[in-house]
Design a protein around this ligand. Structure first.
Ligand SMILES: Nc1nc2c(ncn2[C@@H]2O[C@H](COP(=O)(O)OP(=O)(O)OP(=O)(O)O)[C@@H](O)[C@H]2O)c(=O)[nH]1
Ligand SMILES: [Mg+2]
Length: 262
């Protein structure tokens, strides 16, 4: 027999707390985004949460521009932004730039990083790049069914401890793990879970000084720009797309463009 308390924590009860809103994006409380390498199941998760039908299929590069949808979970309204897959924030193909720009300048409340459980090591490169930028992220280890089929064991607890963020195993195609993912998103969005991702500490004094000096100058020209240190690093490395964006002033527009919240 179930007591009332048991009932409130069982998955069947919690499922009822998700209301898929499709393209209804009015008065949102939080903006979240689906980021990750190509073909990891981002759009499948997006569809599960919003009830929309973004194109999915078993080859990389299907999502080529931003898609937006909404849902309500535990009475809070969320906007979800589905992004094209990207291997790195340093990539420069057009669809990868769409992803990079939103992750960097869109100020999502939570970045959900969807990774492929069978290609975890390769996927962690982007995860660590994103964690250099934001303290509010959740990692969804998707395709767990495939991992199990291949007898891969994934130590979810240790991953979560080392990355300092919630890590949720899922099989999005079977709609498994979605409720746990929603709970984790809610905890990070509301500040109940404080993420503590590791930061690179090995930069030399000289490099730190150069980044600081350049950051001050960038901030003078673009006071509202986010992730100024990341931009400064790219300028120092000679990243052509960022140099051009700063030179032309496009970097300011990039930021404004991402911030439009319906
Ligand atoms: N076996 C298995 N397949 C999955 C799972 N989740 C998604 N897929 C499949 O993986 C393929 C890629 O899924 P998508 O949702 O299109 O992936 P994506 O990350 O949006 O891909 P891009 O937009 O191209 O970057 C599709 O064939 C999905 O049906 C899962 O949990 N298990
Ligand atoms: Mg997609």
């Amino acid at each position: 027999m179930h007591t009332k308390d048991n009932c409130a924590t069982c998955p069947a009860h919690n499922k009822a707390n998700l209301v898929k809103l499709g393209i209804n994006l009015e008065n949102v409380d939080f903006v979240i985004t689906m980021a990750g390498n190509p073909n990891t199941g981002k759009s499948t998760v997006f569809n599960n949460l919003t009830g929309l039908r973004q194109h999915t299929g078993n080859w990389p590069g299907k999502t080529v521009s931003r898609a937006e949808g909404g849902f309500i979970f535990n009475d809070k309204r969320y906007k979800v932004v589905d992004l094209p897959g990207t291997y790195s924030l340093l990539s420069t193909s057009t669809d990868e730039e769409v992803a990079r720009d939103f992750i960097l300048f869109g100020q999502p409340d939570v970045t959900v990083i969807v990774v492929d459980a069978t290609r975890l090591e390769r996927n962690l490169n982007l995860v660590l790049q994103i964690l250099e930028l934001t303290d509010r992220a959740v990692m969804c280890v998707n395709l767990m069914d495939e991992a199990k089929r291949n007898n891969l064991e994934i130590d979810i607890r240790t991953l979560s401890k080392e990355l300092g963020i919630p890590v949720i195993p899922a099989s999005a195609r079977r709609k498994e793990g979605m409720n746990e993912l929603l709970q984790a998103i809610e905890e990070v969005a509301t500040g109940k879970y404080l993420c503590r991702p590791p930061k690179i500490k090995s930069r030399s004094k000289k490099l730190k000084h150069a980044i600081e000096t350049l950051s001050v100058k960038i901030k003078e020209s673009y006071p509202r720009l986010q992730n100024v240190k990341w931009v400064a690093m790219r300028l120092l490395e000679g990243d052509n797309s960022i140099i051009e964006a700063v030179r032309s002033g496009e970097i300011g527009n990039l930021h404004e463009k991402q911030l439009k919240r319906e």
